[in-house]
Write a protein that binds this ligand. Structure first.
Ligand code: DUC
Ligand code: ZN
Ligand code: ZN
Ligand code: ZN
Length: 484
């Protein structure tokens, strides 16, 4: 069997930094230590050898707002590898009334083209007996995380009663609940009012989704998860209000995790006031970009550990697709790209500025994600036996981000013009060298599905629901004991 050795680098994991060679055989790490030999030698002098990034939140080829997101599993994962990400977790979005397992088959078909490994979250886009019945089989197939949209009223949104039922079911089955936390009723009403007053441009998108609607929904989701006894993962945390709710829940011992996006960490709401309609519309996503106060809060969360991971919510639409919303901001397809840029942007704005250590960088881009989602240490680890999903990151290698040079299929990049450093010299996906000295050699269909493990019943001990449903003596019979 041909082997590969990564020579002369510094291994960086979430907790250790040490010089070592890494030997790879059969797609897995076969040895770590000094003086290792292999058939192919990759020179890592001056570089860090790290677990490949895991992006826990992507939407590839997703039917949404009357169109499809423009990166498919081939271009999306190629972009991922180019930036040092070696696994993506995408959302299966069943149609209204569609059985979850049908939706899952569709996503397996699309993902067959992936160039790196992938897994799925299941979205609970509607609620009924069929969904309840399908859940064990979905979990049995290694999809243990279920997303609930608290916004997108009239389309994807689920109500509190549905969410509570779904969360309780997941709690029983060892699943984890995910939420898109925005108060969908308030957003819908603010959209209607803004349009009525003649606010039709992309800047109104941000006005219709203020931080308060995200904070409220985050608090509500935490309460419902606590009552249901299910761990909760809050996607795209963009503001202090939501972060505060997560921080408080974690201090109370609740299993709650928060996921900021690289876009919210590095771009702010002034983008929506740009005079060019296209410029602003290309940055329309939900939740919208926020001001500096919120950005500081998100960075502090990563530094202190109250926020656990960094994702992209990669959901790429072309300028032509964004123009569906000319004259009505509510019709601008929501979403921005970032798969290729998350790792170098976080390195540049996090590690190079001294906000994060290289070990913390590994934790929030890879290891924490693998642990929370149930695929550690197959993924997210540099250790013997783990999949050889690795990056050899050159801290001095730099570039200017530009749409012309990106892998993504769209015609612009929201980080256009940013100088970044910390680029992969090599990216390996199960041992295959998909980025070789900067050259992209991604192979369509190389990626494999990663089944993930369900939770052990950790959270049930902490849940309020357990107390509420505990057997208790009947204290009243309805007949007054004394003549009050
Ligand atoms: N937000 C986006 O911006 N796009 C996809 C879905 C979402 O919640
Ligand atoms: Zn969302
Ligand atoms: Zn512009
Ligand atoms: Zn999303």
């Amino acid at each position: 069997m041909a082997s590969t050795v990564i020579k002369g680098g510094t291994v960086v994991t979430h907790d250790l930094t040490y010089p070592a060679d890494v030997l790879i055989e059969g797609g897995r790490i076969a040895g770590i230590g000094p003086g290792l030999k292999g058939d192919e030698v990759l020179d890592a002098t001056g570089c860090y050898v790290m677990p490949g990034g895991i992006d826990p939140h992507t939407h590839l080829e997703m039917p949404f707002m009357g169109t499809y997101s423009s990166d498919d599993f081939e271009s999306g994962t190629r972009a991922a590898l180019a930036g040092g990400t070696t696994m993506v977790v995408d959302f299966v979005l069943p149609g209204q009334g569609q059985p979850l397992l049908d939706g899952l088959r569709m996503w397996h078909n699309k993902a067959g083209r992936a160039t790196c490994d992938y897994s799925f979250h299941m979205a609970v886009t509607w609620w009924g007996e069929q969904v309840w019945n399908d859940m064990p089989a979905v979990i049995g197939q290694g999809i243990t995380t279920f997303k609930h949209f608290m916004a997108y009223k009239g389309a994807l949104m689920v109500n509190d009663d549905e969410m509570f039922a779904s969360f309780r079911r997941l709690g029983e089955l060892g699943g984890t609940a995910l939420v898109h936390a925005e108060n969908g009723d308030v957003v819908a009403e603010l959209q209607r009012k803004l349009l009525e007053e003649g606010n039709t441009g992309p800047e109104a998108h941000a006005y219709s989704r203020p931080p308060q609607v995200e904070g409220e929904a985050t608090n509500r989701a935490i309460m419902i998860a606590d009552m249901a006894g299910v761990p909760l993962y809050v996607v795209h945390v963009s503001c202090e209000e939501a972060h505060e709710a997560i921080r408080r829940a974690r201090q109370q011992g609740k299993r709650v995790w928060g996921e900021p996006l690289i876009q919210h960490l590095t771009l702010d709401d002034s983008e929506y006031r740009h005079p060019d309609w296209d410029h602003a519309a290309r940055r329309v996503m939900s939740p919208p970009f926020r001001d500096k106060r919120h950005q500081d809060s998100l960075w502090a969360g990563l530094q202190s550990g109250s926020l656990s991971v960094v994702a992209t919510d990669h959901c790429a639409f072309t300028t032509a697709q964004k123009r569906f919303g000319l004259g009505d901001f509510t019709k601008i397809p929501n979403g921005t790209g970032g798969l290729e840029d998350r790792m170098p942007m976080l390195w540049t704005h996090g590690v190079a500025t001294g906000r994060l250590t290289p070990n913390e960088f590994v934790a929030v881009t890879s290891t924490n994600i693998a642990k929370i989602l149930g695929c550690y240490p197959r993924k997210g680890a540099v250790r013997v036996g783990a999949d050889a999903d690795l990056i050899v990151l050159d801290p001095e290698k730099s570039k200017t981000i530009t749409a012309g040079a990106q892998q993504s299929a769209i015609d612009y990049n929201v980080f256009e013009g940013q100088e970044v450093k910390g680029l992969p010299r090599f990216t390996l996906t199960r041992g295959y060298v998909a980025v070789h000295d900067g050259e992209i050699r991604a192979r369509e269909g190389h990626g494999e599905f990663v089944a993930r493990e369900a939770n052990t019943p950790v959270n049930r001990a902490l849940s309020t629901w357990k107390e509420l449903t505990a057997p208790r003596p009947v204290t009243r019979t309805g007949v007054p004991a004394s003549g009050v």
